[in-house]
Every structure is written in C-alpha cells, then in structure tokens.
Design a protein around this ligand. Structure first.
Ligand code: UD1
Ligand code: CA
Length: 450
C-alpha cells in the first residue's frame, strides 16, 4: 500500500524559523508521528526546498520530493502522483500527528467495499474553526475551506481531517481540473472530491485528527501525545500526569514513582522501583533499580547503579558513573567521574575528572581542582579513603586506599596507603587577645573625637 504525506507548506501560521512539521513534540518531530502510523506503507513525502535535506536524512525508507512553489495541497499531491504505482493510495497531511493506523485501515475497508473514487476521513469537532467543512449537496460531497465558507457553512461541525483514500486513475484525471479561484489563490486538493459522485466520508474519533497550524495547536496536540506516552506506562505511578514531561524514547520500570514536574528527556531509562522526586530533570541517562533521585536534581548523560541516592539539588554532569549504594547529597556536582560502590559525598562538593574507589567518604566542601587553565587533570582516590571537610585535591594527584586526609588539607602530592595527610598551619591561641585589641581600638577612636 502507498501513502503520500503532504508536508511542503510554508507553515507561516506557526511564526517560526523552523517548519511546523519539524517542531518537536516529546522530542520527535511532528512528521515522525505521521510516518510511524504508516510504517507498513510505501511512503512518498512532499516537502519544500528548505526541509528536503533534513527529511531525506530522517526517513531513509521514504521517497522524498520537492514542491518548488507552495501553490496549495492540490499542487503538492501533483508532485508525487507520477510515482504512485498502486490502484489506490492514502493521502495524509504532514501536520496531523495524532492519526491512527486503525482509522486508515478501516477507511480502506469502506473504500474497497463501496468501490469509491475518494473516501474522506472526517470528524465532528466542538470547535471546527480553521478546518475545511464537509458539505453534502444533493448527491455529492464537497469540502469548503474556512476562508471560503459562508456563515451557514461555518456552523457545520463535521470537518475534513486531511486524510483521504483515493483511486489513482481518478486522481490522475481529475487533478488537472482543480482551479485556484478561491480566497487563497491556491490549488486545493479538497476541490477534487466534488469531481466524482463516488465520494464518501468515514467519521473517526475527533481526538485523532487534530492538525498543527499554530503554536496554540502545538500545545494542545503536545498534551495529547504526552498523555498517550504516559498511558503506555501502566505499571508506573505518576503522581500528577499533567505535569510530567516524558520523551517518546524514555523507558521506566515497574513500580517506579514519578513525582510532579519531572522531565525525563532523550532516551533516559529508569529501572524498577525508583523514585524520581519533584522537579528533577534527567537527560539521556541510565538509572538502575531502586534508585532514589531526590527533589530538584539535574542528571545528564550519566549512569546510576542500584540503590543509589542522589540529591536533593545534586547535579550529575555528563559521564558520571555512580555505582551501587552511592550517596550524592545536596549541592554536589559530579562530572566525568566514577564513584565506587558505597561511596558518599553528602554535601557541597565538586568532583570532576576523578576516580573514587569503594566506600570513600568525601567530606563537606571537598573540591577536585581539575583544571589548570589548559588541561583537565585526573584525581584518583582508592577504596576506603576518608576525606575530611574542606579539602582541595590539586590534580593530577592520587590518594591510595585507606588513607585519611585531614580537614582543610590541600593535597598536592601523592598520599600513600594508610597515611594521614595534613597541610594545616598549626593553630595558635592567644589568651585575652580580644580584650586588649578592643581596648586599643576604643582608645584610638576616643582620641580622634577629641
Ligand atoms: C487542510 C485542508 C482542510 C482540512 C485541514 C485538516 C486543504 C486545502 N485544506 O487545511 O480542508 O480540514 O487541512 O488539517 O487541503 N502543503 C503542501 N503544499 C502546499 C500547501 C500545503 O505540501 O502548497 C502541506 C502542508 O505542509 C500541510 C498540509 O499540506 O502539512 C496541509 O496544509 P495546511 O496549510 O496546513 O492546510 P490547512 O489550512 O490546515
Ligand atoms: Ca493544517
């Protein structure tokens, strides 16, 4: 079976540098959703000069053609028509991402049974504004565009979905008869339906036909696609599905709980029994079972093993490799680093370009000084190392297993296993120093007043 996707329009109503068919919904362009429902069809896509390269690279199995001047949907179909080989074919507008293959299959059945030249998929909308209306005249069906409609016709709620099944011979003869004597001066494909008595309609669910012309349409359709994606996760709890932003390619395991205002982006994979708490943004990351991501954490291109706890307010930048049972606490930033099993960095720390072994304790305020103005240098920390608070590790540097770094130390050279590293200035306490200081200062001030 063959299908033509009309996607060459200039899409002026969306007021964008990007053609509307390439605007993304849940990280996939609008036209992707159309093609997905046509995956068993031989597909012909009509595009314009600007989108040709992108669409050709995106859909390698489709034939892609250019409509040079945007003279209307009738003219667009003309471009693909010479390449149609089957007796009948489907036409779909490229801006209707909610279409369902079941509707098209049903339409094919009716089309064959009734031996039609043309079958239009229609729907009854509460607000039909902007769509072509289905008008029945004596023995013919006609589509009247909004711009050309009388007030009487505008009241009709049955609309043209932009999906049609056509008999190839009929279209090849009739398409040349379409004129552009209408309000837009365009060749409307919709004018073809009145050129045969063998036109009929099939009404489908109104949810499946919405088109995207404006940013408002985009947001309405986005919500519906998002809901469809969320509905597929029937073993996951969404505390508030309306505020969950889950991309098309995301996977989530059984019994995970997604709190409000979570964004799961790219091809993020979440394991079973995870809790993703409010406000987290997770981009293209792999999270294994029973991980708890606490509120407002940002995780990018990272991997988190079983039973780890991250956040609140943690930032895992790309290539963070967080092993089992690790704890990364609030205001901790990790970049391109490994945190071995059971390691803890509970507060206010930067770990970059580092390899931390197992069961390391990273004290509050620890910083790997990984950048010397030219290169990124590595910090290597062995198993069971204890790092006290406010330690700077000036990379490249290594701390061997079971060493202890005293609080406040600046580590600039290798620390051997089981050693204590300490780089503090010895503490001096001066008795009653404050009293004398204050007396001196007050005497000075009084003198000045005199
Ligand atoms: C079209 C239908 C309307 C229907 C609605 C359903 C026509 C004349 N009208 O209106 O009856 O209710 O879809 O969503 O067909 N395109 C081209 N080349 C062009 C112009 C458009 O390829 O020269 C493509 C567009 O990229 C788009 C599709 O055809 O994907 C429909 O065009 P659009 O301008 O969105 O038509 P509507 O006004 O929505
Ligand atoms: Ca449209």
């Amino acid at each position: 079976m063959e299908a033509v996707i009309l996607a060459a329009g200039k899409s002026t109503r969306i007021k964008s540098q990007t053609n509307k068919i390439l605007h993304k919904i849940c990280n996939k362009p609008i036209i992707f959703y159309v093609l997905k429902e046509l995956e068993h069809y031989k597909t012909h896509i009509v595009v314009n000069n600007d989108t040709y390269e992108t669409i050709k690279n995106m859909f390698k199995d489709s034939s892609v053609y250019i409509q040079k001047d945007q003279k209307g949907t009738g003219d667009a179909l003309k471009v693909a028509l010479p390449f149609i080989q089957e007796e009948s074919f489907v036409v779909v507008n490229g801006d209707t991402p909610l279409i369902k293959k079941e509707d098209i299959e049903a339409a094919y059945g009716v089309f064959k049974l009734k031996e039609l030249d043309c079958l239009i998929l229609t729907a009854k909308l509460d607000n039909p504004e902007g769509y072509g209306r289905i008008v029945r005249n004596e023995d013919k069906v006609e589509i009247v565009e909004e711009k050309d409609a009388s007030d009487e016709i505008k009241k009709i709620t049955e609309i043209n979905s932009g999906i049609y099944i056509f008999k190839t011979d009929f279209v090849k003869n009739a398409i040349v008869k379409i004129m552009n004597n209408n309000r837009s001066g365009e060749y409307y494909l919709t004018d073809i339906v009145k050129l045969t008595k063998k036109t009929d309609v099939l009404e489908v669910d109104k949810e499946n036909v919405l088109g995207v012309n404006t940013r408002k349409d985009l947001s309405v359709v986005r919500k519906m696609i998002q809901q469809n994606i969320i509905d597929k996760f029937d073993n996951v709890t969404f505390i508030d599905p309306d505020s969950a932003y889950i991309n098309y390619d995301v996977e989530i395991g059984q019994d995970s709980i997604i709190f409000p205002n979570v964004s799961l982006r790219g091809n993020t994979k979440i394991g079973k029994g995870c809790i993703i708490d409010s406000g987290c943004v997770i981009e293209s990351s792999i999270i294994k079972d029973n991980v708890h991501i606490k509120p407002y954490s940002v995780i990018e291109e990272s991997r988190i093993e079983k039973n780890a706890q991250i956040g609140p307010f943690a930032h895992l930048r790309p290539f963070s490799d967080i092993r089992e049972n690790v704890r990364v606490g609030n205001f901790v930033e990790v970049k391109k680093s490994v945190l071995g099993k059971g390691t803890k960095a509970s507060h206010l720390t930067y770990i970059g370009d580092a390899e931390l072994g197992e069961d390391v304790n990273v004290g509050c305020g620890t910083i790997t000084c990984n950048y010397d103005g030219y290169r990124k240098n590595k910090t290597i920390i062995g198993d069971r190392v204890f790092i006290g608070s406010d330690v700077q590790l000036v990379a490249p540097v290594e701390v061997e297993h079971d060493a202890l770094i005293a609080a406040g130390t600046t580590v600039t050279k290798k620390v051997e296993a089981y050693s204590l590293a300490l780089s503090r200035v010895p503490q001096v306490n001066k008795k009653d120093w404050v009293k004398k200081y204050r007396e001196k200062m007050e005497r000075k001030l009084n003198k000045n007043k005199e």
